[in-house]
Design a protein around this ligand. Structure first.
Ligand SMILES: Nc1nc2c(c(=O)[nH]1)N[C@H]1C(S)=C(S)[C@@H](COP(=O)(O)O)O[C@H]1N2
Ligand SMILES: [Mo]
Length: 236
């Protein structure tokens, strides 16, 4: 399946304010550079919040859903874009409709979904956005099992949204009827409620030109920091 979400592509084939990068770095907020998943062998997803019953989903459950291959560009809010990644996994929509609705019974109106990673990173998305065609629970990248760098054992992939929504090492999903009590991973201005790349919803309150100006100088040092930390972790 081809990714069809990006409607506002410039002549370069990039969404507004983005620049192509040959690298696909391990990346994120500084505090997560030195945090790693503790469980990468088995998939265990705890589902909680406004449900009939909290449940746990494992690999055997996910295996029952149709496997999807998806080629998509990945857009970090700091302005780097890496094109043409090949992901595979299951559609979040299938996971929701075929597993969660029958087994857990999410409350109607529980339209805010908080996704958490084993490293403590989190994001909040609208259920409506998660049910789009191109949103995956991905366990494979470019034909190989997800590496620790890119989200082992399972990550969200929502390619029409800035990278910060695509939580790696995903281990908890919580359904809420309001996002009022949700605390983002970083400063509040950094997480837009929807973060759609085509509409350049980078953050909140600050204009995009200022966010681009603030973020761009951080790309090189951040990627280097994340890479160094991973190397140290793997030498442990
Ligand atoms: N668990 C977790 N998920 C995360 C992050 C993180 O630090 N930890 N960083 C986010 C950000 S800001 C980006 S751009 C992408 C980067 O994905 P990559 O490390 O696979 O390139 O992951 C997102 N998901
Ligand atoms: Mo990012």
């Amino acid at each position: 399946m081809k990714n069809t979400e990006h409607k506002k592509l410039s002549a370069t084939g990039l969404p507004p304010g983005q620049r192509a990068s040959d690298n696909f770095p391990r990346f994120g907020l500084t505090q997560f550079a030195i945090r790693f998943p503790t469980q990468v062998e088995t998939i265990k997803l705890r589902i909680s919040g406004e449900l009939r019953t909290p449940i746990e989903i494992g690999f055997s459950d996910l295996r029952q859903l149709p496997r999807i291959e998806l080629t998509a560009d990945f857009h970090c809010v700091t302005t780097w874009t890496h094109k043409g990644l090949q992901w595979s996994g299951v559609r979040f929509r299938d996971f929701y409709q075929q597993l969660l609705v029958p087994k857990a019974g999410p409350a109607s109106g529980a339209n805010f979904v908080i996704l958490r990673g084993q490293d403590g990173a989190r994001s909040c998305m609208l259920l409506e956005d998660l049910l789009a065609d191109d949103v995956l629970l991905a366990d494979s990248l470019n034909g190989q099992a997800l590496s620790i760098a890119h989200g082992a054992p399972l990550r969200l992939l929502a390619p029409a949204h800035y990278g910060y929504k695509s939580v790696k090492h995903l281990d908890r999903i919580e359904f809420r009827s309001s996002s009022a009590g949700y605390r983002p991973s970083g400063y509040r201005f950094m997480e837009h409620p929807r973060a759609r790349v085509a509409l350049e919803e980078r953050g909140r309150w600050l204009p995009n030109w200022l966010l681009r100006l603030l973020y761009r100088p951080l790309i090189g040092p951040t990627a280097a920091r994340f890479e160094r930390a991973l190397r140290a972790h793997q030498e442990e």
